[in-house]
Design a protein around this ligand. Structure first.
Ligand code: ADP
Length: 429
């Protein structure tokens, strides 16, 4: 293929930095990456936006050192947060006005059925993300604010949305559809969408690499166990089932979310306990899971309490692990043949006791954990199953920011190397 010059000539081709933004309701996480070697130039976090106690933590990673700078005091809104982050970057010679910046990649939680791929953001795309707010009321509004703020900062730059739901859009209809009245479900777009897709995509690909195979050659179960937690079954590189549903509430036991319950619990809480819909929402999303069961949502603290003989903490741990086992069994059946079970995210990467307990007793499924390998602490992808095991058990650190940067740069880079402007609103219908 011949490479035709872009409108700006070679300067545009040399723009190889990507800013990744993950905008939450009261926080913004950012990373600036150099796509020449996919290294981090700087990382940062603005938290408690809108409060008196806002805080910005910024760590430049160029020049060997990694000293974190901190700013304290009210940061009024997302626009002010991004402005403060831009100032910190500029102080390191990494200003966002630099011609080296190729694009800004945004994590967007809900892309519905329409967005199956990373997408260059246009007004029309933004309108569609807004239309999805009713199915993602906690997340999409913050993502939209982040996008608008970044657009105002660099209106000339491609802004790319990378959707948490996209990886799961390959699920077959019989896995994605709930067994409720079809007309009602369709009218309100009720179905299983799944979340953490960027992580499931990255980790399942890395797991294949660890096994020395291509993603197309393997079937893997990914257990993303962070504060939010989800499982997915990935067959030959495509997601065929996942545990989160219409919202990130369904599935595994999480830090503060219940995961699966009988939906009639909600009617019961309304009719018998007299709770409002909003109160039930808060109960199931914020006061349940590990925190609801034992008062703590940090697995380190729970293990410490168990070591001291705390029975509530021990029961919470058992409930957490029991749910994990059920999903491993169910997804083994869904996949038929499993090549690897992979643990990732805060708990999955760090908690050897969770990994050991989740796999214990699953020898009949070919699953065994080697105690010594499981005890190793490392930031690298690694096997924790013995050589003889029929199914590999692995730990693969997730890297959602790198995946967002890769997807963003691939989309922008493809267009540039073909000598075109980045196509606006690249979407699937
Ligand atoms: P988030 O969903 O917020 O991105 P993370 O993937 O960072 O979450 O996971 C956070 C959780 O990871 C913590 O709440 C804690 O339970 C767990 N965690 C972090 N470090 C450890 C550790 N060393 N041992 C056990 N659990 C850990």
């Amino acid at each position: 293929m011949t490479t035709t010059p872009t409108k700006e000539g070679s300067a545009a081709v040399q723009a190889r930095r990507v800013l990744v933004l993950n905008s939450g309701s009261s926080s913004v996480k950012y990373q600036l990456l150099d796509m020449n070697d996919r290294s981090r130039l700087a990382i940062g976090l603005v938290e408690r936006i809108g409060e008196e106690t806002s805080r910005l933590l910024h760590t430049p990673l160029t020049g060997g050192g990694a000293e974190t700078r901190e700013r304290n005091g009210r940061i009024a809104d997302h626009a002010a947060a991004l402005k403060a982050a831009a100032e910190e970057l500029a102080a390191d010679g990494l200003g966002l006005d630099s011609p080296e910046l190729a694009a800004i990649g945004h994590r967007v939680v809900h892309g519905g059925l329409r967005f199956t791929r990373p997408t260059v953001i246009t007004d029309e795309v933004l309108t569609e993300i807004e239309r999805l707010v009713p199915v993602a009321p906690l997340h999409n509004p913050a993502n939209i604010t982040g996008i608008r703020t970044a657009q105002a900062l660099r209106p000339d730059l491609p802004q790319v949305a990378v959707f948490d739901t996209a990886f799961h859009t390959t699920m077959p209809e019989y896995a994605a559809r709930y067994a409720i009245d079809v007309e009602t479900a369709d009218a309100h777009r009720i179905r299983r969408y799944g979340f953490h897709g960027t992580s499931h995509a990255y980790v399942s690909r890395k797991a294949a690499e660890l096994l020395g195979r291509t993603p197309e050659e393997v079937n893997v179960i990914v257990l993303h166990l962070g504060n939010g937690a989800s499982a997915s079954a990935v067959a030959a590189g495509r997601c065929v089932e996942t545990s989160m549903g219409l919202t990130p509430l369904e599935g595994l036991v999480m830090g503060t979310r219940s995961g699966d319950i009988d939906p009639a619990v909600t009617f019961h809480l309304k009719r018998v306990a007299g709770m409002s819909t909003d109160e039930i929402d808060v109960l199931l999303n914020k006061k349940s899971g590990l925190v609801g069961l034992c008062g703590d949502n940090d697995m380190r603290e729970i293990r410490r309490r168990i070591d001291e003989g705390d029975e509530r903490a021990a029961l919470a741990f058992d409930i957490y692990v029991h749910r994990l086992k059920k999903y491993i069994g169910a997804y083994s059946a869904v996949l038929g043949r499993v090549d690897a079970v992979v643990f990732t995210a805060g708990v999955g990467e760090n908690s050897a006791p969770v990994r050991e307990a989740a796999i214990a007793g699953l020898e009949e499924l070919g699953l065994v954990v080697d105690a010594d390998l499981n005890a190793v602490r490392s930031g690298e992808p690694r096997l924790i199953s013995p050589n003889y095991a029929r199914v590999a058990v692995a730990v693969v650190p997730t890297d959602e920011e790198l995946e967002i940067a890769d997807q963003t740069f691939a989309l922008v880079g493809r267009a540039e190397s073909a000598g075109q402007e980045v196509p606006a609103g690249q979407v699937d219908n």
